[in-house]
Design a binder for this molecule. Sequence first.
Ligand code: F0G
Length: 462
Amino acid sequence: MTMSPDGWPLAEPYKTKMIEWIRLLEPTEREAALRRAGYNPFKLLAQEVYIDLLTDSGTSAMSQEQWGALMRGDESYAGSVSFQELERSVGDVLGFPLVLPTHQGRAAEHVLFRALAHPGDIVPNNLHFDTTKAHVLTAGATPLDIVIKEGEDPEGDYPFKGNLDLERLETLLRDQGDRVPVVMATVTSNNNGGQPVSLENLRAVSEIAHRYGKPFFLDAARFAENAYLIQQREAGQASRSVGDIAREMMSYADGCTMSAKKDPMVNIGGFVALRDEDLYRRLRDFGILYEGYATYGGLAGRDLAALAQGIREAVFEPHLSYRVAQVAQLHATLREDGIPVMSPAGGHGVYIDAGRMFDHLGRDVFPGWALSVELYRERGIRCVEIGTVLAGRDPGTGEHDYPPLDLVRLAIPRRVYSQAHLQQVAEAARRILLRRHDVPGYRFTYEPPTLRHFAAEFAPLG
Ligand code: F0G
């Protein structure tokens, strides 16, 4: 049992005021739903799902303060009161004076890379999230992942597997600096398990980037979880507040892109925040073109108001300590039951190494996909494969572009599920492990040419 710091069993730091019913379909109904969905969890209907761990993005529960703010949203086209609240909130919590709202994180990336990246450029990042990578590529530039080597090892318990490799960064800037428009770091690093970047590493990256005259931006979707993990894991940080640590993280950066659907706990929203007035003007031109006027950026005034409140709540420590403990508890239970998980536990979810769990399945029959189907079949749980199906095909050879691991991500929405729900998830995984040799692989019956995981259909083998 996970304990609170005061030695009592862990409990939610909130009580429920409004509820949404969920139902576990009968096994025969789940089987029919899977068949209808072409064995693709993306094609399941929400009401067919019992526990939905597809993503922690836009799926969190808002607080009464956020719902209250929503009712006060100012819908003025320009200069709304809600935008001013957002500016104050970004200034207070993140320390950036300028903010350009966008409808979500990838729109912030779009605006940033339209302004900064050009054909032939190279953009270094610890690990680019998929949309960031796609925007760098769309600008004709090359995304370069430079996470430390510990970050590629699913097992070791290194505390900051999101850190950037400083030597590789320095070499890149020394040898090809003229091709680098911006240095990025993703906090936390989603692609290897929600792993944090240390303050020490952020400070060093900032120093190197600035020595070569390059702006340093954070992909800050999970900045508060990163700050909390710094408080818990980095030497000398235990007595500081998360808010203080978050501000220090941001102090090393020139700006950030934000998907506010994660740590700031809104259902839609994002922004670019920064310090430099000239760069802000350049971004604003693209923002107005793609997202709408500079003080609303694709969002309603009420969305801006809920976001302004959500940013403040993101660094609320009782929330973070419960949330991260909840993720760590699921991670620990799965590990004790012999299920191979990426370690240490990260901020927003648990990643199962399905390739190892289903070592009877070859990679060409998609063990990660098989586990995502099986979790639904066993207990109505929806999650996402981060493996061979997601990676797609190599455009040159037409073969599967095998990633290092076939993973399944169990992403935990914020303030939505209880410990009892997550025990259901752990129990489902345990039962699947016991009967793993009966779990089939899958073949495509329909394979879309791009982004195949969203719309593909499959049939079980054997
Ligand atoms: N950056 C990171 C680190 C992300 O995890 C995401 C989205 C984005 C940027 C893009 O933001 O969705 O608001 O446009 N991640 C979601 C996920 C989709 O499920 O991890 P967005």
